[in-house]
Design a binder for this molecule. Structure first.
Ligand SMILES: Cc1cc2nc3c(=O)[nH]c(=O)nc-3n(C[C@H](O)[C@H](O)[C@H](O)COP(=O)(O)O)c2cc1C
Length: 336
């Protein structure tokens, strides 16, 4: 574990004069603005250099990174759905050592913070990947993807169990002083105790949400369509679920929440801020328009200007109840 000085501060060069869109995610990680790009939808950042002003982004969450290289799942791996898509890429990536060797040098020269999205099959895996990222110039922080099978617990995902989620977070926390974000899964009955366990284990921030579990059926209807059977649903279709989760988690933890799920326009960003998120990530929408995230920064700045605000902070949490609301796990239809 290496203590290090703060590496990323909000830049002034690209800011609208008098407007402060910066976001403090803790442990010295201050983003220049609240618009990030989501893991798995923006590669390692360098792929988009010609079409996107990458250095203006709030942060980049790079592709899921594992200890060893992974070839990913059998094809087909993606299919369109109403209002979104299903994917089962299976964390195809060259492994942490190659990621560091090929990309970290470039990241170190960028103003935009790069958060490495870390995945694994055991607590040991997560800790080892983290150790290899710790102290590497260009790595601004870690986003833990805990929607992965925990081989030690019968292959059930870390993200669906408060003790497993807390255990992996605590182990990674002990291994690094890097800013640590942990990504929540929507595929649970009650997300609040899981979020709390992650906070108690020392995470600096939460990201919410990963994809929703789903399947599609092949055109001949003789089998599921995706090679891996199960896929993750993303896109506008999942926004109400993500909003609900951010709304519930914002009332359960004190650490900052970065929202993700179906962001395609400024209204989505404003909705997520209203339910308590301090920032948002853009994912699936990047495939249709890679320039969207940077445009959203300008649109958010303009919106603040229109409202006479010198920061987006007054927009955060305006839709949260004064008193803690009943959890969704109590049901929607039935009222006692
Ligand atoms: C093709 C694809 C690959 C993804 N890969 C990862 C990944 O490696 N790690 C991760 O934590 N999330 C991954 N995600 C999930 C996204 O980061 C995001 O949480 C999700 O897609 C919801 O946001 P969206 O509706 O804006 O796409 C992936 C999503 C897609 C569509």
């Amino acid at each position: 574990m290496t203590a290090r000085p703060t590496t990323h501060h909000a830049p002034e060069a690209v800011a609208t004069p008098g407007l402060d869109l910066s976001v403090d995610l803790g442990r010295g990680l201050v983003l220049p603005n609240p618009i990030l790009v989501a893991s798995g939808t923006f590669g390692y950042g360098i792929e988009y250099g010609d079409v996107v002003e990458v250095d203006r982004l709030g942060a980049i969450c790079c592709k899921g990174t594992t200890l060893k290289p992974r070839i990913g799942n059998p094809t087909p791996r993606v299919t369109e759905t109403p209002g979104g898509m299903l994917n089962s890429i299976g964390l195809q990536n060259p492994g942490v050592d190659t990621v560091v060797e090929k990309y970290a040098g470039t990241w170190a020269g960028w103003r935009v913070p790069v958060l490495v999205n870390v995945a694994g099959e055991s607590v040991k895996d997560y800790v080892e990947v983290t150790r290899r990222l710790d102290g590497v110039p260009g790595v601004a922080g870690i986003e833990l993807n805990i929607s992965c099978p925990n081989v030690g617990r019968g292959g059930l995902q870390f993200a669906i169990d408060a003790s497993a989620a807390g255990e992996v977070t605590a182990a990674v926390r002990r291994a690094t002083d890097l800013p640590l974000l942990v990504k929540l899964s929507p595929n649970v009955a009650d997300v609040r105790p899981i979020a709390k366990a992650i906070e108690d284990a020392g995470a600096d921030a939460l990201t919410a949400i990963n994809t929703l579990s789903g399947i599609a059926v092949s055109p001949s209807r003789d089998r599921p369509l995706l090679g891996n059977v199960f896929g993750g649903l993303s896109g506008p279709a999942i926004k109400p679920v993500a909003l609900r989760i951010v709304y519930e988690v914002a009332q359960s933890v004190r650490i900052p929440i970065v929202a993700i799920g179906g962001v395609t326009e400024l209204a989505d960003v404003l909705d997520y801020l209203a339910v308590g998120a301090v920032a948002v990530q853009v994912g699936t929408a990047i495939f249709a328009d890679p320039t969207l995230p940077v445009r959203l920064i300008d649109e958010l700045a303009a919106e603040c200007g229109r409202r006479g605000l010198d920061s987006h902070r007054p927009l955060i949490g305006t839709a949260l109840p004064k008193k803690r609301s009943a959890p969704s796990a109590k049901g929607v239809e039935y009222r006692p």
